[in-house]
Design a protein around this ligand. Sequence first.
Ligand SMILES: *Cc1c(COP(=O)(O)O)cnc(C)c1O
Length: 379
Amino acid sequence: MRFETEAIHSVREDDPAYGALVAPIYQTSTFVFEDIGKTRGYDYSRTANPTRKMLEETIARLEGGKAGFAFATGMAAESTIIHLLKAGDHVISGDDVYGGTYRLFANVMTELGVQFTFLRMNDRKAIEAAVRPNTRMVWIETPSNPLLNIVDLEMVVGVARKHKLLTVQDNTFASPCFLRPIDFGVDIVVHSTTKYLNGHCDVVGGAAVTTTDELTQRVQFLTNAMGACASPFDCWLVLRGIRTLPLRMKQHEKNAFAVANYLAAHPRVKRVFFPGLEKHPGHDIAARQMKGFGGMVSFEVKGRPKAVNAVLKGVKIFSLAESLGGFHSLIEHPATMSHASMPAEVRQQVGISDNLIRLSIGLENADDLTEDLGQALGS
Ligand SMILES: *Cc1c(COP(=O)(O)O)cnc(C)c1O
């Protein structure tokens, strides 16, 4: 089946009791045993739940992986996956990863004895040079947040395989509709399903997809042991969102192109970050490894911080809010919002300036979006 069909027919939902086309929500904590030591496949919802299973199988199919796991949040997925490691292990991570990922690594896992090197993932020699005898994992985010930097997955996977390192790609920004990291040899995919996979701004959720039986068993063990799994109702909502993922991604991208082109020509805009623009660093790699460029656009406003505030407060259709990937267009200020958990010097180093604004382009009419930005920029 092709992607659009897979998003709808990946698992048969038919309800054996009444033939409901859409599967019911198995909102239950526990399952009655048929006999001593004999279940109908489920015993307790932390371990596994039928609604969750449907979502997990769907995400695994869409990513082309072996097994899927659904978590309460994207960070719950990441926390579980990083626990594949132990104290003394070392991770090479992108330096411009999601702010919460950076916080988990730098402030929580470092305290527990896991070591991290943060670097820009575009230089093979720099990655090679960062490999230590205790390096176990490479953590990738492409396109990255909020600068939309592009990582060449084939190149990074090449380095990782040479040194027998596990590769993890945070695929939240692209979604499997536009990027399938496993096709490039990535071992584990993680998601914040809060974003494009759900797409309706009404769930926080996460997912992980594994590629080998060994990883599947270890992640299943950790999911049950750590207990960060998603609720049946949230799984049902994300599953509902996924049905329209391909349709939504096409519209997000179309609108993002319109906004990026509009901003690139605007006299009050210093710089636009959108992988679809030919002069965006990494555009050629993105064009090669992705089926679309996504719906996220960042830009720098010329002038003082006051000019940034005027835009953030001046928009009427965009809402000033964190998060992304939903039907509703959002605007945010990484320095004080999504990336406030990153120290100011680190932000500067990685290129997240105080004048940077991040847009999550929604599904509204593109002309309304550009007109809204135009009046806020004062054109
Ligand atoms: C939002 C986000 C996360 C964290 O997900 P939550 O659902 O908010 O916990 C991780 N990575 C990326 C790229 C994100 O955008």
